[in-house]
Design a binder for this molecule. Structure first.
Ligand SMILES: [Zn+2]
Ligand SMILES: [Zn+2]
Length: 163
């Protein structure tokens, strides 16, 4: 399975093999195929990183991790965009002009959730336990479609250091 992946660099393959089981690779291969995307080591690695991330990840953060493994920045960015366009990732803009990407958990029905942004340090958190009634927001004349619910404030660390 792993050996079939298109790559020219041994360490990339090794990274995929070390972080994903054969079964996970096979599941992702099917998912990518359904989405019309080829299964490459770069895609698998990007997905793997996002799956284990607790919060949405920026392209810069992803590049910082993956460039040392032999992936180039442009490839990482293209993969993030392709996966988002295929509906496998959520692309989030939290008002700080930075795109963040997060894996959409397909196992859970309602994976949509608000995000929190610390205006001091830029820390982002997923508010997965916060249920909001979206329909009530769309009653007025102003709202067309709500694509992102954002909470801004100070994180625990910033609040503590400010007092
Ligand atoms: Zn903070
Ligand atoms: Zn999130």
């Amino acid at each position: 399975m792993v050996s079939e992946l298109k790559t020219s660099r041994g360490e990339k393959l090794e990274y995929v093999a070390n972080h994903l089981s054969e079964r996970e690779i096979e599941e992702l291969r099917l998912l990518l195929k359904e989405s019309g995307l080829r299964c490459t080591s770069a895609r698998l690695t990007v997905i793997q990183e996002l799956k284990q991330a607790a919060t949405p990840v920026t392209h810069a953060e992803m590049a910082e991790k993956l460039v040392p493994l032999g992936f180039d920045k442009a490839t990482i960015f293209r993969n993030l965009v392709d996966l988002a366009e295929a509906g496998l990732l959520r692309r989030i803009e939290l008002g700080d002009h930075v795109w963040r990407f997060e894996w959409i958990a397909r196992e859970t029905d309602a994976d949509e959730h608000p995000h929190f942004l610390c205006t001091v340090c830029g820390e982002v958190a997923c508010l997965r336990n916060l249920a909001l009634e979206l329909p009530s927001l769309t009653d007025g004349d102003v709202f067309g479609e709500v694509t992102e619910i954002l909470f801004k404030g100070q994180c625990i660390k910033c609040l503590a250091s400010a007092t």
